[in-house]
Design a protein. Structure first.
Ligand code: HEM
Ligand SMILES: Nc1ncnc2c1ncn2[C@@H]1O[C@H](COP(=O)(O)OP(=O)(O)OP(=O)(O)O)[C@@H](O)[C@H]1O
Ligand SMILES: Nc1ncnc2c1ncn2[C@@H]1O[C@H](COP(=O)(O)OP(=O)(O)OP(=O)(O)O)[C@@H](O)[C@H]1O
Ligand SMILES: [Mg+2]
Ligand SMILES: [Mg+2]
Lengths: 218, 214, 241, 218, 214
């Protein structure tokens, strides 16, 4: 299982590296989103840093959707699906591998975006650093959920169609918890409680994925 | 008689409410070579996909390599070799990367890759991304993969298409090898086989069924 | 369910629903606990019961049926159908919960909608349920569809507690447990309590009645599908001739 | 030119209709974005309606990027590009047609999103209605720019990669102007000035597109 | 001699820094039938793409149908008919929708579509999405399009591939028709032509160049 996971992770990361979506898509997009938000909130600083966690997760959400889409799309090209299916990869391994690759990609973009919020939205550096563990866990849970929902929506119409309506309601509580705990890290408040929700969700998704991913691959 | 490599009884396979296969009964002996022919759209590709465990059985009973196809496709998939109409594996990876990925997945020795690429004449293109290959070269990549893989049951969809003369000759050699090693082969084709040393069973399809078998 | 109880389901549902309406509209008093309430308090006999069915009874049915489908020993088309039909009925009940809640909320809180914990979580549940239906429509191979929706049914179950905690830790406008407080002391008027209880029974019965009707419809449409398919197979075979 | 434009518009809309991305992607995404923003800003109403224009355009931006991506992707499938190229369609017509289809799609999603902001973020109904003309023009300009940049980035790596970095700088001023004029419609202020910027941008992009789209198609 | 349909002089075509064509000189008479053969990856598809105005000329001079290929591909594209390796047009549209789109684009009469579909044997699939067609049916869709289109220069990439016997026979008829109507055809193929009534010029490619022409 671990061997397969590792193989799949490397393959996905390599494909991602080739297309460099992360660099060309995430960075400019994050920048523009931050700019727009800055504008919408006017020049006052206080408001900026209050909105920062929500904004950060909004942009991350968009990036995550794109990446989940791509992560499934590479498996769905003509000819690919059949040839990979006949490799008989361990489904649990595939699940873990794809999740791992997605997680790493999300972490990379989150790093850039967090830096952006500090610079552009004036969030406190220390607060942001405190938020890092919760951000990592939240993104991990999103990646797990994303891989599962991506596999669920793969097929006839391509993942683009079904994925959002399946994944978004499931992302909502994760994002709420992430946003709250980021806010708490910035402005004080219950940091751990929210963090725990995402940790539990992460564990739950990993368990379901490892057990049930095989069922999905027909 | 050798044990059966595949056994289908009245198999119907439906996709998007259209019956791709409309009642196929078929029995393949281990070590046999079967050529499936028939008009365009008669269901050859669908039959091969079904045998590979990629298209699911809607009605009927099917066993491949002694494994029940209805309940255990995963097991079947692991044991068949597939060569499809379109390219295989990941378009964004290079020829070698794709083969390394597949070989690692099935725990095949990696040092067979270089000779296989050499044999199919892709050694000078091993670092090119699959999507940049020519049609025939993509075909040859699949052949190289089959060389590395050594499956029990080979499912080949129009293997001759897009191959040049040398490629076809090479494919015939490969087929000979497989036959001698006791492998079972099912392939679809519009032409009769070139190789004269082999004596394939011919199966003719029409309207999603087998209308003639010899 | 045996034949007799099945026969009784319809009449019983009607009876309890009618009784709830009569008690709720004429027997029970006007507002006692809600300030701006007046006759609005009569929503009490509709909204909580609807919410109860929507959140627990029908979602629960789907989850259990999905789990039973995934377990190889109990896998059957029946489980798949039950899960599907229950989810469809869920959508109805969640929608009714949202609508009655909004109607209640407008005079009580002054807005149709607010960023409140329970409201938000109910809305998310509705989207989850719609997602299930969308997933079913997108897959037409019956086995793939059954497998995928069963997995989704389990994922939904995982989401319910997550949503629950994510929102209860968040400040709430919504009515807290009013009917039965922690101390067990009943805090509403006697006739109201009985009507409330009756409404729970009535709506639960109604749910099972709907589920059964929907299930039968599904069986019939499956049969229609089968004969349609048989015709398509014959048609396909003719292509070869 | 007009004939070609109309042909292309219908074709694009028909393909879009088949995949129903608009419905399944925009609605849930918009809903979740509104939810997240509602959260990030807390339960106070004042803040909500102040942030509404920025949020609206942020979500619209996501949606626009997705749609531009798709609008180009349908042209790039294997085999499609060559066969369509040899139809010798009038490039100006293709440009107008694709722009028109994109515009209509964006308008449809904007309608839904605007309704969402009124209901969920409590923006004033009258103010929102006043903002409609400016929103329409802004989205038209975005569609023009999107089609142009989509064609620019089409090619080897697929539009997904290059599109954002090309399109975002061009979108930024449009979005800023749109956001300002939406704000003005809601809270009073210079409504027309910003509106005019977008109108000029729209005219400019249409002119450039009609004249130069042919150059892009090699 | 009839005026020249295509004239290439030392054409080099580079894509991603790889020279797909490495110096092709070629002259095609109007009304001629040319078959391009050569090993896999020798540049046949690239040559056809160049003639269609889809692959651009990096060095050298090229004229197609009297139009300069370097400065006016748009004009060239409008006048050639193309049949590619892979499917054509939009995967998400149905067979008929695709043909209607293409015919409207070139202002061809729409009432030729139904007979064309009938002739290529796709009439019973006219409402199926292109992506659901079988490989041979996708080929046949392209043939139907060529029937409706009536181009001056036809560029056909391995037209026989995936077609069944009936399809090939039909294609040969089509070729005959085109020849009699004075159309010019360039096609790539790995086999010799089936039709015995036609006398094609054979061009052999290797390494992105023409190594032999008759
Ligand atoms: C759109 C608005 C509303 C929604 C979505 C909604 C949703 C719900 C839900 C999901 C429950 C079931 C909770 C559970 O059993 O765990 C519930 C119960 C209840 N709701 Fe609402 N509600 C809304 C508005 C209102 C309003 C305006 C009132 C009255 C002021 C109200 C009063 C109640 C009461 C009394 C209960 C029973 C509580 C209990 O027994 O614990 N709801 N509602
Ligand atoms: N949704 C659909 N509606 C109608 N017909 C469909 C649908 N999907 C597939 N088909 C038909 O099913 C058949 C599939 O056949 P298959 O691909 O197995 O043919 P094949 O024998 O491999 O043909 P070829 O020689 O052309 O490769 C085709 O006739 C195709 O048109
Ligand atoms: N980026 C690249 N790097 C290296 N080689 C490349 C690259 N892109 C294309 N090629 C090579 O260019 C050639 C393209 O040939 P083309 O597709 O024209 O061949 P063909 O004659 O049509 O072959 P076939 O008979 O297989 O269809 C192939 O050999 C391919 O490997
Ligand atoms: Mg086929
Ligand atoms: Mg070729």
């Amino acid at each position: 299982m671990i061997r397969t996971a590792w193989l799949v992770t490397r393959k996905d990361l390599r494909i991602e590296m080739r297309s460099r979506v992360l660099l060309w898509q995430v960075v400019p997009f994050g920048a523009l989103a931050l700019l727009l938000c800055g504008l919408a909130l006017g020049p006052a600083d206080a408001g900026h840093s209050r909105a920062a966690p929500g904004l950060f997760y909004l942009v991350t959400l968009f990036v995550a959707l794109l990446m989940i889409n791509r992560s499934q799309a590479v498996e769905q090209t003509v000819g690919t699906a059949e040839s990979v299916a006949t490799l008989g990869l361990d489904p649990a391994g595939v699940f873990l591998g794809k999740t791992m690759a997605l997680t790493l990609e999300l972490w990379a973009s989150a790093t850039l975006l967090l830096a952006g919020t500090v610079v552009v939205l004036h969030t406190s550096l220390i607060g942001t650093v405190h938020a890092v563990p919760s951000v990592l866990v939240t993104l991990g849970a999103m990646a797990c959920a994303g891989t599962l929902y991506g596999a669920l929506s793969a097929g006839n119409e391509g993942p683009a169609t079904l994925l959002p309506i399946l994944a978004l309601p499931a992302f909502a509580p994760l994002l709420v918890a992430g946003e709250r705990s980021f806010s708490a890290a910035l402005h004080g408040g219950a940091l751990w409680e929210w963090w725990v929700i995402d940790l539990v969700a992460l564990a739950g998704y990993v368990a379901i994925g490892v057990l049930l991913y095989g069922v999905l691959e027909e | 008689m050798s044990p059966s490599a595949a056994e289908l009884r009245d198999v119907v396979a439906v996709q998007q409410q259209f019956p791709l296969l409309s009642g196929v009964s078929l029995s393949l002996a281990t070590g046999s070579l079967t050529v499936v022919t028939g008009a365009n759209g008669s269901g050859k590709t669908s039959l091969l996909r079904l045998l590979a465990g990629v298209l699911s059985v809607t009605h009927g009973a099917a066993t491949v390599l002694g494994v029940d196809l209805v309940s255990q496709h995963a097991e079947v998939r692991r044991r068949v070799g597939w060569l499809g109409h379109d390219g295989s594996f990941y378009q964004d990876l290079s020829v070698r990367e794709n083969l390394v990925f597949a070989a690692t997945a099935l725990q095949r020795p990696l040092d067979e890759i270089a000779p296989a690429l050499e044999r199919v004449g892709l050694a000078h293109r091993s670092d090119v991304r699959t999507k940049d290959l020519s049609a025939g070269q993509r075909r040859r990549l699949s052949l190289a993969w089959l060389l590395v893989r050594r499956a029990e049951l080979w499912l080949l969809d129009e293997p001759y298409a897009s191959l040049d003369d040398e490629g076809r000759r090479f494919f015939d050699e490969l087929l000979d090898d497989v036959q001698r090693g006791g492998g079972t082969v099912v392939m679809s084709a519009h032409d009769v086989l070139r190789s004269t040393s082999l004596e394939p069973d011919i199966v003719v399809m029409a309207g999603g069924r087998i209308v003639e078998a010899s | 369910m045996n034949k007799v109880t099945q026969r009784l389901l319809g009449p019983l549902t009607l009876l309890t629903l009618v009784a709830t309406v009569i008690l709720g509209l004429w027997v029970t008093p006007k507002a006692t606990m809600h300030d701006g309430g007046g006759d609005l308090v009569r929503m009490l006999y509709v909204h909580p019961a609807l919410a109860w069915v929507a959140l627990y009874v029908s979602f629960g049915t789907t989850t259990i049926a999905s789990a039973l489908y995934l377990w190889k020993r109990t896998r059957s088309d029946t489980m798949d159908r039950v899960a599907y039909c229950a989810m469809e009925v869920s959508v109805l009940f969640i929608a009714l919960t949202l609508i009655t809640g909004s109607i209640w909320g407008r005079p009580t809180w002054g807005v149709w909608w607010a960023w409140d914990a329970r409201l938000t979580s109910t809305a998310i549940l509705l989207v989850l349920a719609l997602g299930y239906l969308a997933l079913r429509r997108a897959n037409d191979d019956p086995q793939t569809r059954a497998r995928r929706s069963a997995v989704y049914g389990i994922l939904v179950a995982l989401n319910v507690p997550i949503i629950h905690f994510a929102v209860t830790w968040w400040k709430s406008l919504h009515q807290n447990a009013t009917v039965l407080t922690v101390s067990g002391k009943v805090s509403v008027h006697g006739s109201m309590l009985w009507t409330l209880l009756l409404s729970f029974i009535a709506f639960t019965l109604w749910y099972f009645w709907l589920l059964r009707a929907r299930y039968r419809l599904e069986v019939r449409s499956d049969q229609a599908m089968q004969s349609h398919l048989a015709a398509a197979v014959v048609e396909r075979q003719r292509e070869g001739a």
